[in-house]
Design a protein around this ligand. Structure first.
Ligand SMILES: Nc1ncnc2[nH]cnc12
Ligand SMILES: [Zn+2]
Length: 342
């Protein structure tokens, strides 16, 4: 069995992807036409060529602009349903998805349009493909904490259908401490909390996310390696990292995949997971990310199995879901061993 076949059949969870980052070029053009939205590109090739970024802000400028093609509930439904179909094809059993609601409400798209479209697609994916999913609302860190608090109240009608809250957007200059009150209120209301930290920002931001925001998971977290005491703390508390290798490469945070810190994070004893972040902008879905690491960092089957097991340890799922997923991994590993050349 080739590494491609092994990864393709390996049961996994994806825990770090942005719904708005999964509009593939074909859907993007279709939605722009459907809604009469003026865009700069006419063909899928032109769009793909535009997906070259110098840093996170350069990417975010294009990404927020791209959100303009999402207008009606059906648009939010289509992009979510397409992603979950694609994830199911990568043998993702469970996906936790980020939704950047403020990128839509700030364009006067009603909250109900966004939420009903996305939640309907999650139900359809569960019914049709058996893939489970959870929704995490990410607030934009360049906006104020008051805006985040207002959004938390506005989302009250959907509390039962939300997993939790996260923090995304332009990291440097917008430290986690800016949102300490918001995260406290999210926790008081019983939500899971996660935050992007240490993607472009320093180890000090990772520490703030853990100590001030009390996150249950770190999104990226790569910069923790600059602070050995912090690494020891993350390992001891078993706070998972949702690492996004192709994203880091495309945003020029690492010079090559061979230089990616994934292996060092794993060797430090951290609960590391592999994810796609914004798959259509960064040129790869979750299995592409596993394979890029496997090839550049020489990961063996055991490493890939560890990453998949970690994804279910880190997921916000029930113990029953977790044990079923771990059994599915064991079954695939046993099957893989039977298929191995003598
Ligand atoms: N890689 C990323 N970092 C921060 N915010 C984001 N929103 C979408 N993708 C993001
Ligand atoms: Zn992200």
């Amino acid at each position: 069995m080739t590494p491609e076949q092994f990864v393709a059949g390996l049961p996994k969870a994806e825990l770090h992807m942005h719904i708005e980052g999964s509009i593939d070029p074909e859907l993007f053009l279709r939605l722009a036409r459907r809604n009469g939205v003026d865009i700069r590109w006419q063909t899928e090739e032109e769009l793909r060529a535009a997906y070259r970024f110098t840093d996170l802000q350069d990417f975010l400028n294009l990404y927020y602009d791209g959100c303009r093609v999402l207008v009606q509930p059906q648009d939010f439904h289509d992009v979510t349903r397409d992603y979950l179909r694609r994830a199911h094809a990568d043998r993702v059993l469970h996906a936790e998805m980020f939704l950047g609601v403020q990128g839509h409400t700030s364009r006067a798209v009603p909250l109900a349009v966004v939420m009903e479209g996305v939640l309907g697609a999650m139900e359809a994916a569960q019914a049709e493909d058996g893939i489970s999913s959870g929704l995490i609302v990410v607030v934009q860190r360049h906006r104020s904490e008051d805006e985040a608090l207002a959004l938390l109240d506005d989302l009250r009608p959907w509390y039962d259908q939300l997993l939790g809250f996260g923090l995304g957007g332009a990291e440097v200059g917008n430290p986690p401490s800016k949102f300490a009150g918001f995260f406290r209120r999210c926790r008081e209301r019983g939500f899971k909390v996660v935050a992007h930290a240490g993607e472009e920002g320093p180890a000090a931001y990772v520490r703030e996310a853990v100590e001030l925001l009390q996150v249950q998971r770190l999104d990226h977290g790569n910069a923790c390696l600059d602070d050995p005491a912090l690494v020891a703390q993350l390992a001891q508390q078993r706070i998972p990292l949702t690492v996004c290798p192709l994203s880091n490469l495309k945003l020029q945070l690492v010079p090559s995949m061979a230089a990616h810190p994934l292996r060092r994070l794993m060797d430090a004893g951290l609960c590391v997971t592999v994810n796609s972040d914004d798959p259509s902008y960064f040129g790869g879905y979750v299995n592409d990310n596993y394979l890029a690491c496997q090839q550049a960092l020489g990961l063996g089957r055991d490493d890939m199995v560890s990453l998949a097991r970690n994804s279910f340890e880190a997921a916000f799922i029930t113990p029953l879901q977790r044990s079923a997923a771990l059994r599915a991994i064991d079954a695939w590993v046993a099957h893989g061993a039977e298929q191995a050349p003598a």
